[in-house]
Design a protein around this ligand. Sequence first.
Ligand code: B12
Ligand code: SF4
Length: 467
Amino acid sequence: MRVLLIAVNQEKAPYAVAPLGAAQLLSVLEAEGHTVEFLDLGFVTRLRSRIREVIGRFQPRLIGLSIRNLDNCQYARPCTYHQQARRIVDIIKAETEAPIIIGGGAVSVLPGELAEYLGVNYAAVGEGENLLPAFIRALENQSNPAVIPGLLVRSAQGLCMQPPSFAVEPDRLPLYAYDRIDYKRYFRRGGYIGLQTKRGCAFHCIYCNYPTLEGRRIRLRSPRQCVDDMERMVKDTGLRDFFFTDSVFNWPTSHAMAICEELIRRRLGIRWVAYCNPLDLDADMAAAFKGAGCVGVELGLDAVTDEMLRNMGKGFTRNDIARTYRALNNAGLPFAVFLLFGGPGDSFGNMQESQRLLKEFGKANAVFASLGIRIYPDAPIYQTALQEGRLSVQEELLQPVYYLSTALEADALAGLDRLARREATWSTPADWNSLIVNLVQRFLGRMRVIPNWKDIEAYGAYLRRQC
Ligand code: B12
Ligand code: SF4
C-alpha cells in the first residue's frame, strides 16, 4: 500500500528532536513491501504548500501522523502543541479522503481526546511496529480493525479501544530509517542521533505515563546489535553524537555495562548522553561510561530528601544520590540533575533542604529545577488529584493541569527562583524561557558544544543579570 508518514513539527518545542518513532515505522513498513513516503515537518515553514505537493504527487492510500508532544510540561509557562496538529490534519483533509491514523507519544497519552479534537477515526496507543502493518492489512482485506491491540477506533457509536500488547521484540526490528532524516540539519540545531536500546520501564514514579507508552516489561535490543546500529550510522552519516532515548539507560545495569564494553572494544569515537537513575550508578559504571564515550549524564532525580523520594515513588534514596555524585565526579563525567518540586507533601522547607543536601553531595554541572507535575490520566498522581478534589473526572486534560502540593500553592515559583539564584549551576523555567538563554543555547548547539549544560556555571550568572 502507498503510505504517507508525516512527522508533525512542534514549532515552539524546546530542542531539535528528530522523529525516531516515525522513522522506525518507515523501515518496518518498507520491510513488509509497502511504498512509503516520509515527510518530516521539523524544518518546513510553508506547511500547506509542502503537504499539498507531497499528497498531490504521491497519492497516498493511507496517512500516518506521528505526533510527539502535547505540550511543554511547564507549569510556569505552559505551551500547548495540539493546535499545530489540527492545522496539519485540516490541510490533509482538504487534499485527500485517504484515512488518517495518528500515533506517537502525545497520542498514547490522550488517544480519545486527540482523536476527537483532530477529527480522525484511528489512533494508536503505544508502539506502532505491529499495529500499523495490522491496520494496513485490515484496510486491504476490509476486515474490522477494532480488534487490533492498541488501536482506538472513533465512529458514530463512540470510541472503542483494545489495550496495547507491547509485544514488539526490539532485537527483531530493522534499524530505523536514519537515512531519511536530515540529521545534519538537526545537528546544526544542537540535536543528536537518537537510539533506543530497550523498551519498557519497571519503576513506579507517581507522575509517569511511560508504562502507557512502552509498557512495564523490559525488552532489550542486544548490546551487539545496538553498537552495530551505531557503527553503521557513524559510517553512513559521518556524525558521532548520540542520545540514548531509553527512559533509564543504566537499568538493567548489565545491559548498560555490556553496551559500554562493546563501545570500548570497537573504539568508534562516539560521544553520547543518556538519562540515568542513581540506583546502580556507582564508580564501576561511571568509569565504564567514561571509557565508552559518555560526555554527559542526565540524572532524573525529581527529589532529594528521602521523604519526597518516597512520595514520588522513585525507588532510590538520598544515599544512592550521594554515591552517584561521588562516582560521576571522580570519573570526571559532566552531569545534570533534574528536580521536580510540588509533589504530594512538598514544601518550601523541603526545597531548601534539597538544595543543601545536593551541595553537601558535591558538584553537578547543572541543576534544572521545575515546579508542578503535569497530570496524565494513566499516572498514579491522577487518582491522588481526584481524591484530593484538585481534578474532576470530566476535566479536559488536553489543556495541561498541574499538581501542586498545598503547602506550595502560594508564591511557589518566586520562592524557587529565589532559591535558584543562590547557586550558579541552578536554573528554573524563568531562565529557560528567556530569549537570551535560548540564543546562547542555539549558539552552543551550532558549535556542537555537548551537552549544552556542561558549562552553565561559567555563563549562568552573567545570563541571569541579562534576564
Ligand atoms: C528521549 C526523549 C526526549 C529526549 C529526545 C532526545 C533525542 N535526541 O531523541 C529530549 C530530552 C531531548 C526530550 C525533550 C522533550 N520531550 Co521527551 N521524551 C523522550 C522519551 C523518553 C523517548 C522518545 C523516543 O525517542 N522514543 C522512541 C521512539 C521509537 O518511540 P516513539 O517516538 O514514541 O514512537 C513509537 C510510538 O509512539 C508509535 N508511533 C509514533 N508515531 C506514530 C505514528 C503512527 C501513525 C502510529 C500508528 C504509531 C506511531 O510507534 C513508534 C514505534 O513504536 C519520551 C517518553 C517515552 N518513553 O516515549 C519523552 C516524551 C516524548 N517527551 C515529552 C516531552 C513533553 C518533551 C519536551 C516538551 C520536554 C521539555 N519541556 O523540554 C521536549 C520536547 C522536545 C521536542 N522538540 O520534541 C513527552 C511528550 C508527550 C507530552 N507530554 O507532551 C514524552 C512522551 C514524555 C512524557 N512525559 O510524556 N525528550
Ligand atoms: S519517571 Fe522514568 S524511571 Fe520513573 S517510571 Fe517514568 S520512565 Fe520509569
